[in-house]
Design a protein around this ligand. Sequence first.
Ligand code: SF4
Length: 167
Amino acid sequence: MIAADSDAASLAARLRERIARTFRHSLQIRHLDVGSSNGCDWEINALLNPVYDLQRFGIDFVASPRHADLLLVTGAVTRHLEPALWATYEATPEPKLVVAVGACACSGGVVADSYAIAGGVDRRIPVDVYIPGCPPRPQAILHGLLLALDRRQQKVHRTARTVELTG
Ligand code: SF4
């Protein structure tokens, strides 16, 4: 369930605590638009305004996927940007997280049937967390980031267990 406005502060506090524990106070995000209307991108931008001020929690946006822990993807995958999506995914170090933001990124949205669209993000790369909405509110994106941190712990645990079993 998505938190209401009044829960934004507690959501942010949980996020800060989780980032401190999991990423030693720093979560680096690469935002990638593969064909959005810009609606979702503006909601992501809102996370950096004085109301949400995401950077005070140790979260920042980086220009290179090589420096990112998490890919935040908006828009249905246009065929033109498929290679860029794949190249960005490949360049992001493991254990990487992928979060699809908005109905278009989750499923292709209203343009899913277009000849120019390959579909939702998971038609091309694995997605860890889906954030529905057109566009999702900033609180929903914060909630999705929290879910992604849980997912990362599962991934790290599974990798350690595999090494243990095969080592
Ligand atoms: S989900 Fe809505 S706001 Fe987001 S990119 Fe698609 S059409 Fe735009």
